[in-house]
Write a protein that binds this ligand. Sequence first.
Ligand SMILES: NC(=O)c1ccc[n+]([C@@H]2O[C@H](COP(=O)([O-])OP(=O)(O)OC[C@H]3O[C@@H](n4cnc5c(N)ncnc54)[C@H](OP(=O)(O)O)[C@@H]3O)[C@@H](O)[C@H]2O)c1
Length: 229
Amino acid sequence: MKNILITGAGGALGKACVMEFIKKGHHVIALLSPGKKLPYETPAPVSVYNADLMNEDNTLKVVDQIITDHTSIDVALLLVGGFAMGSLDNTDGAMIKKMIGLNFDTTYYTGSKVFNQMITQPNGGRIVMVGAKPALEPIAATSKVAYALSKSLIFKLAEIFNEIGKDNNVVSTVIVPSIINTEDNRKAMPKADTAAWVQPEEIAAIVAFATSDQGATLREPIIKIYGKS
Ligand SMILES: NC(=O)c1ccc[n+]([C@@H]2O[C@H](COP(=O)([O-])OP(=O)(O)OC[C@H]3O[C@@H](n4cnc5c(N)ncnc54)[C@H](OP(=O)(O)O)[C@@H]3O)[C@@H](O)[C@H]2O)c1
């Protein structure tokens, strides 16, 4: 049984990952926004912590507490993030800062603390972060400038973690979903062909494999999960 830290565990992808890792027999540590409870039932107990992951002090203290309480973090899924449309014409500095805060700062504050813990662990660890297609494909970025810029930092962070972590068996993966079939997306795009979208459960299964003992030989992975979209 491994300790699996999941940020954004109350979200759409978070829920699928919590369920997948419980199904695999692991202990899930869910990190939720301040004051929130897991918004769904789980078939096994989950350890729940709360923090505003855009607040560095708050994040570092809570991750410290998690390490004190559970000794090791074997896998960390850093799923917090958010989306915004916006072309160059209507993307101002405030929007860039907002997207970087939500997509990058949350990942950096949690990820760097967890990484520093994992390199001290005899078995290392696995970190999964979430990129996005517009961060890799310019044509998709032109209408989502702040989002694309903020997600592009995730790829560089993973490179840095992988360079430093390579001798300590700490491997960081970036998953790159296209559109996930979530309730929010279905509401936002009621006429879209949802059959082309990726199910959160499909992503969770890929994440579980990449962080499992079977996936142990993966190095520097960037996993594009585009479905048919
Ligand atoms: N949905 C897509 O189509 C899609 C496509 C590509 C990539 N992604 C990426 O995949 C990841 C998961 O997406 P999703 O659709 O599952 O998102 P989601 O349902 O919106 O979940 C995001 C979660 O992050 C939490 N969160 C937000 N700000 C936080 C903060 N400051 N501190 C702590 N928790 C915070 C939210 O909790 P509260 O609501 O309680 O604040 C929420 O539970 C994100 O990184 C997203 O950018 C999504």
